[in-house]
Design a protein around this ligand. Structure first.
Ligand code: 5AD
Ligand code: SF4
Length: 540
């Protein structure tokens, strides 16, 4: 089934690519990097898959629902390819390719290439091979290009480092173009950690993205500096468990002059410092130190954010660095998953509800203006009404600005699917989900109302949804004979604490930081009036 790499690239210039992303921010960054690679080779991008020569889906396996969407998209494009466009290249990249690729090709033989999230540097080569094997002189031989990692999280450190070489080069070689995809190119993601070692019993990520690997701090700082030099104002550091970031320079491996990412070691909690804080030797850069370095060594960066955190091993050192550095956003996403200690144990989360409360209290002590968000899974196997009430109580107590609440979905290959029956009926999951959503809506309303009358700093991201609808003649405007407004003026952005703000202003503010006075609130949005723009934070 595997196609061998070919030596010579077929001409890519002008070939049209449709690339759609499903799932998390990690996938958004992966898509940007793949896009950058293809653009540098001469591919162009289109918004309509029917206009494309290459259709790529960057997929997510975390929940079944996300996978189902991809299955139906691939089915639709596959049928069209069969009937109208046999030369079309159809590719599935990301976590579904890694987890479910064989089944994908069996059910949809029109798929030409599969590429896992740890192999994305091979996408151009795979497209190239697919184009060549589709040529008539190959006698119609069908070969599927495959680049998957398999179980590399179990391999040796040295081998793993060598395998990271190419992938590190994609992050290093990203194009630093300010007018790229998001927020007029002023906001960018930077990966600090790949993969995950936690093996929460419900989760596919350790299987699809492999073991935890940390990028060298100098590469990360340099990437941030280049992005800021290219006009980026806001950087979001990405990793599945960013607070576990650590890199030991004494143990670093260099291949082809590139310092290699490092496989994460188990970190030793340091008891007795007012919170579990990992202990490292002198040559190791911790997450707190990395944050401080980026903040201090890239002084023109306006906003530094990071997602996502693991509730265990979240030391006060991180909170101290945030407290003392105003350009690090007052926003923490810390998934708790459940308010029941019994379920946290079954989920293999490694902390108790009491430890989570201790972390929330420490955050509020150090950063009184910080906003918190979380993830919850409801209907995990064996979840009782009592467990559910414990989660409800946690939501009431923690005052999250928002919670991402998911119904448990069994994922093939995970311990939870193998060992526990999915025994909470769907209607019960649904009811519990709705109850948690209602509690969170009350909490969100209260969080937002507390901003009435305050002035907040807003990173302006885009036209608001309302403005976009109007400018597209949406809501039936054209049919009803409405005129499009001359100038669409409601803008949307986010505060330091990640709250959404809408306000009227000139669209030239997109990509800048503005001060907005809040005059009205809803459960999910602040509405205000522009008082000052743009503003720069004094560098400390
Ligand atoms: N079922 C439901 N939700 C899940 N998540 C991860 N795996 C599953 C699953 N099998 C949720 C967790 C995680 C978020 C990214 O997705 O809450 O934090
Ligand atoms: Fe999945 Fe747990 Fe790792 Fe998060 S910490 S990615 S939930 S295994």
């Amino acid at each position: 089934m595997t196609a061998k790499p070919t030596d010579h690239a077929a001409p890519a210039v002008g070939r049209a690519v449709y690339l759609e992303t499903f799932g998390c921010q990690m996938n958004v960054l992966d898509t940007q990097l793949v896009r950058g690679q293809l653009q540098s080779l001469g591919y162009r991008f289109v918004d309509d898959w029917k206009q494309a020569d290459v259709v790529l889906y960057n997929t997510c396996s975390v929940r079944e629902h996300a996978e189902q969407k991809v299955w139906s998209r691939v089915g639709e494009v596959g049928l069209w390819k069969k009937s109208d466009r046999p030369d079309l290249v159809l590719g599935v990249i990301g976590c579904m390719a890694e987890r479910d690729g064989k089944d994908m090709v069996r059910r949809h033989p029109q798929v030409d290439l599969l590429c896992g999230p740890g192999e994305l540097d091979k996408v151009p080569m795979l497209i190239d091979n697919a184009v060549k094997t589709a040529l008539p002189d190959r006698g119609g031989i069908k070969a599927v290009g495959v680049a998957l990692q398999g179980n590399t999280h179990r391999r040796s450190t040295t081998l793993a480092a060598a395998e990271e070489d190419q992938l590190e080069r994609i992050d290093l070689s990203r194009s630093f173009v300010a007018d790229d995809q998001s927020s007029a190119g002023r906001s960018a993601y930077v990966r600090i950690t790949r993969g995950c070692n936690k093996f929460c019993t419900y989760c596919v990520v350790p299987f699809t993205r492999g073991r935890e690997v940390h990028r060298p701090p100098n590469h990360i700082v340099e990437e941030c500096r280049k992005l800021v030099d290219a006009g980026v104002r806001e950087i979001t550091l990405l990793g599945q468990t960013v607070n576990h970031y650590h890199f030991d320079s004494a143990a670093a491996v260099t291949i082809n002059d590139v310092v290699q990412p490092q496989v994460g070691t188990v970190i030793a909690p340091n008891k007795g410092t007012g919170g579990p804080s990992p202990t490292f030797n002198d040559t190791t850069t911790s997450f707190a130190q990395l944050l401080a370095r980026i903040h201090d060594e890239v002084p023109d960066l306006q906003r530094l954010r990071y997602v996502t955190n693991f509730p265990r091993d979240f030391g006060n050192d991180i909170l101290e660095v945030m407290r003392d550095r105003p350009r690090i956003c007052r926003y923490l996403h810390i998934p708790v998953q459940s308010g029941s200690n019994r379920l946290l144990k079954l989920m293999n989360r490694g902390y108790t509800v009491e430890e989570y409360f201790d972390l929330v209290d420490r955050v509020r002590d150090y950063l009184p203006d910080a906003e918190l968000a979380t993830d919850i899974i409801c209907g995990f196997p064996t979840e009782t009404e009592e467990d559910h009430q414990a989660t409800a109580e946690l939501l009431r107590r923690c005052r999250f600005k928002n919670s991402f609440i998911f119904k448990y979905s069994p994922r093939p290959g995970t311990v939870a699917m193998d060992r526990f029956e999915d025994d909470v009926p769907n209607d019960v999951k649904k009811r519990r989900n709705n109850e948690l959503l209602a509690i969170q809506a009350d909490a969100s309303t209260a969080v937002h109302q507390a901003y009435l009358g305050k002035t907040v700093r807003v990173f302006v991201e885009s036209l608001s949804a309302r403005s976009r609808k109007q400018s597209n003649g949406g809501m039936g405007g054209v049919e009803l004979g409405w005129e499009k407004p001359e100038q669409v003026t409601q803008l949307a952005g986010r505060t330091d604490g990640d709250l959404i703000v809408c306000f009227d202003a000139d669209p030239s503010l997109i990509g800048e930081i503005a001060e907005v006075r809040i005059e009205r609130t809803s459960p999910l949005t602040l509405f205000g009036r522009l008082v000052n723009s743009p503003v720069a934070t004094t560098t400390t």
